[in-house]
Design a binder for this molecule. Structure first.
Ligand SMILES: *Cc1c(COP(=O)(O)O)cnc(C)c1O
Length: 364
């Protein structure tokens, strides 16, 4: 498919852009362009089941009919990925084809059309190429990439929509956690995030909407993130609001909750399983209960806990608080395994550590 390029009449001036990306934080500084692809069921001459009119142009508001079904029944999915700057100055993506694949897995669960993987990848590459000068030069900086899709059809009956938009926007990103503290503290919520048979494994906005009250409670109590247990027994550790968890034991083994359909299959999670294995640690994907966590932390059998995801990379968890009181993991600060694995992952993403798995893909 041929992308149309719509000229930008007024991209941000160089000095204003430089000021905006000097200390971008997370999720508020947006770039000049966006990629859009439309879907109409059965559109004439379309490729990939109705996708058509791929274009890159100015980032701008979207006109939507007030009956657009996303506004009523929430057919929406998204991805989160980053462009990194390699030591030689080139921009690169980390395992982008995994995002393309997961996007389609989310689409299937939400009864939305799949987007051909090569079209997803081309859209992401075009967006990053157009706005490469928005890359922030701050330490740990990246261009955060947000591909998403939603139902645009004006229709109030309850069935999958017949029209969708796929859009890619970019945001200059610094560090995810404002505090910059060496380890995060988390609040174990009484709310649950996902039930068996639900949408917990899909990256869909509704999961996040449901997590805002519990996350707000965590913030109000002075914590950085919310911890969710399983919805059936309220016993098994699942994940944080947007990050997967790993438990590092004194005996050199590592436990991470299995992908049973109620947690998000993180690409960082998958990468860490490989990297931890290469460090000689044996990773077990098996259920881990909150009681076990508490007692392992007390006995010292548990030495480190890390949370991982694209936005926050690898972050040590120092403290857990709940209605039953709080407990600390290790010395409450970052442990050796967490620091080492974070350095290795960041090194691969930024080209200073050998990419033996072919995970890094140059933009362009
Ligand atoms: C995106 C996401 C993650 C992390 O996935 P990555 O691919 O590692 O970025 C974890 N949990 C939830 C709920 C998510 O939405």
């Amino acid at each position: 498919m041929q992308f149309e390029t719509i000229p930008h009449p007024s991209p941000m001036a160089d000095d204003a852009r430089e000021a905006a990306i000097a200390d971008p934080g997370f999720g508020t500084v947006f770039t000049d362009h966006m990629v859009t692809i439309d879907y109409d069921e059965g559109a004439e001459g379309s490729v990939g089941g109705g996708w058509h009119s791929p274009r890159i142009g100015p980032r701008e508001p979207i006109a939507l009919d007030p009956a657009a079904s996303v506004l009523h029944y929430a057919q929406e999915i998204f991805e989160g990925m980053k462009a990194y700057r390699l030591a030689d100055g080139e921009l690169a993506l980390f395992r982008p084809e995994e995002n393309a694949r997961r996007f389609n897995a989310s689409a299937r669960r939400m009864a939305m059309p799949e987007l051909p993987e090569e079209l997803f990848l081309e859209a992401v590459n075009k967006a990053v190429t157009a706005d490469a000068k928005w890359f922030p030069s701050v330490e740990g900086g990246s261009l955060y990439i947000r591909p998403f899709m939603f139902a645009t059809e004006a229709f109030l009956g309850v069935r999958p929509a017949k029209q969708y938009k796929f859009i890619v926007i970019l945001s200059a990103a610094g560090n995810y956690f404002k505090s910059g503290s060496p380890a995060v503290s988390i609040w174990q919520s009484e709310y649950t995030r996902a039930a068996p048979g639900g949408t917990g494994a899909a990256k869909t906005g509704g999961n996040y909407a449901a997590s805002l009250v519990p996350t707000g409670e965590a913030f109000k109590r002075g914590h950085d993130q919310v911890l969710f247990l399983d919805a059936v027994e309220k016993k098994w550790v699942e994940e944080l609001g947007g990050m997967n968890l790993f438990f590092v034991m004194r005996d050199g083994s590592v436990v991470t909750p299995p992908l049973t359909g109620t947690i998000l299959p993180g690409i960082t999670r998958n990468s860490l399983i490989t990297l931890l294995g290469e460090e000689g640690l044996s990773v077990r994907e098996e259920p881990y209960s909150i009681q076990q966590w508490r007692s392992d932390a007390a006995s010292g059998d548990l030495v480190e806990v890390m949370a991982c995801g694209t936005a926050a990379v690898v972050t040590p968890v120092g403290k857990v608080d709940s209605a039953d009181g709080e407990f600390v993991i290790g010395n409450g600060g970052p442990g050796a395994v967490t620091s080492k694995i974070r350095e290795k992952l960041v090194g691969i993403q930024r080209g200073s550590v050998d990419d033996t798995h072919g995970w890094v893909k140059l933009v362009g």
